[in-house]
Write a new protein. Structure first.
Length: 274
């Protein structure tokens, strides 16, 4: 596993395990256990996913020491605000069966995010969270947050995959010392990433799968990835990306399939705020 240093010095694994839409809680628990046994050390959940308890059980069942793991959860938008955030944080921690978090993210850039951030800064200073960050913040909101808060976000987790490469956003985040983390590296498996001819050609050249090429391409851009799968073979396949390197020409070729647009929830739409 490779690691990257966040702007506060904390080391974060370059690859982790996402558990969005793992609604079958027994399956979620088992998958988290399998992922940790396969070598994953970062688990990415959210209170909104409704599976923090199962994630906590999977962590426990893995038998891997807590301090070797990097656990992320997220604050949902209806829990925003100073007091609510403190309560939501305690509930998440209890659900997960943990006594500290590695990374706590504001899930959406709406509601009283400044009140939330005050609470998160306090929890960070008390050592209850090792790093605090945001998700789905466009550059204007991220800049606002950097300028008008005491602690700068360590991470911004945003949609990033071959069809929405976030090239400008990546430049903005790296120039400002905020770690870019990708959500949905495979476009949730619904955008036909795995059948893309450009990616298939590159995969056959390296004798790797399309999934492995996509993850490797993101990691080489300095972007932390958190692919999701409930199948043990794919869980293992997705972490097996540290034994090859895409050359510069292949990195450039992948740029050609960017659409520069999201096909998922549009975070600029008023409906998303509800
Ligand atoms: P993903 O892009 O990781 O795609 C997962 C799907 O890809 C699987 O369900 C499966 O259909 C397919 N797949 C996985 N591995 C494969 C393989 N090796 N071969 C073939 N098919 C494979 O989707 P995701 O779960 O949406 O994103 C990853 C994680 O990002 C989430 O689990 C969650 O933790 C996080 N996330 C965060 C936000 C946010 O708003 N912050 C939003 C979405 C996701």
């Amino acid at each position: 596993m490779e690691f990257i240093k966040l702007n506060n010095g904390v080391e974060m694994p370059m690859l982790g395990f996402g558990v969005y839409q793992m609604n079958d809680l027994a399956e979620c628990e088992k998958s988290v256990e399998e992922a940790i046994k396969a070598g994953y050390r970062l688990i990415d959940t959210a209170s909104k996913y409704g599976n923090e308890v199962a994630v906590g059980k999977g962590i426990k069942n893995s038998g891997v020491a807590r301090e070797k793991l990097f656990i992320t959860t997220k604050l949902w938008l209806q829990d925003a605000g100073y007091e609510n955030t403190k309560k939501a944080f305690e509930i998440s921690l209890k659900n997960l069966g943990l006594d500290y978090l590695d990374l706590y993210l504001i899930h959406q850039p709406f509601n009283d995010v400044y009140g939330s951030w005050r609470a998160m800064e306090e929890l960070y200073k008390k050592g209850e969270i090792r790093a605090i960050g945001v998700s789905n913040f466009r550059p204007d909101r991220a800049m606002d947050f950097m300028l008008y808060n005491e602690i700068k976000p360590a991470v911004n987790q945003i949609e990033t995959h071959p069809f929405n490469q976030q090239i400008e956003n990546n430049r903005f985040l790296s120039e400002n010392g905020i770690l870019h983390q990708s959500w949905s590296p495979f476009g949730q498996g619904v955008l036909n990433v795995f059948n893309n001819d450009v990616l298939k050609d590159i995969a056959s050249k390296y004798n790797k799968s399309v999934a492995q090429v996509v993850l490797r391409w993101l990691i080489q851009r300095g972007i932390v990835v958190i692919p999701k799968s409930v199948h043990v073979e794919r869980i293992k396949e997705n972490i097996n990306v540290f034994d090859f390197k895409l050359d510069d020409s292949d990195m450039d070729i992948i740029k050609s399939i960017d659409t520069g647009k999201s096909t998922f929830k549009n975070h600029t739409e008023p409906e998303v705020v509800k």
